[in-house]
Design a protein around this ligand. Structure first.
Ligand code: IDP
Ligand code: MG
Length: 139
């Protein structure tokens, strides 16, 4: 398993608000290299499966409907210590708790509509990357 990769999505709120370029700029400026990328829209089933771990949480329905509400940018990123460094770059789940200089502080609307996803472990980075990209789409 690769330990220097993470998986991200620029979520529908950030796409809708015109922040794709600004967020990709923050990501590349922070030293992440893009290994795979696509502009796509999650189906109901894809969103349900991707967030299955949250199925019992009260916000699950809201989360699935938000994540299918518009297009996203999905990407696999590479950097030493990618998972932890990317979580630092995006900041806390709730933008009101996110540190200055983080993506969520700058661009998230709320705890639910929080601009970006970042994998929380090497294992999930691998699973989530493969969920969205075929082998030949990763370079
Ligand atoms: P993370 O994205 O920072 O890892 P998680 O706790 O894994 O946060 O939650 C996954 C996603 O579910 C969040 O990014 C956010 O979009 C949504 N979410 C989490 N907590 C809430 C909540 O309390 N209300 C609404 N949506 C939430
Ligand atoms: Mg999470």
């Amino acid at each position: 398993m690769t330990t220097n990769r993470t998986f991200t999505m620029i979520k529908p709120d950030a796409v809708e608000n015109g922040y794709i370029g600004k967020i990709l700029d923050m990501i590349t400026e922070a030293g992440f290299e893009i290994k795979a990328m696509k502009y796509t829209r999650l189906s109901q089933k894809q969103a349900e499966d991707f967030y299955a771990v949250h199925a019992e949480r009260p916000f699950y329905g809201e989360l699935v409907s938000y994540m299918t509400s518009g297009p996203i940018v999905a990407a696999i990123l590479e950097k030493d210590n990618a998972v932890a460094d990317f979580r630092t770059l995006i900041g806390a789940t709730d933008p009101s708790e996110a540190a200055e200089g983080t993506v969520r502080k700058a661009y998230a609307e709320s705890k639910g509509r929080n601009a970006v996803h970042g994998s929380d472990s090497d294992e999930n980075a691998d699973i989530e990357g493969k969920f969205h990209f075929a082998f030949e789409e990763i370079h």
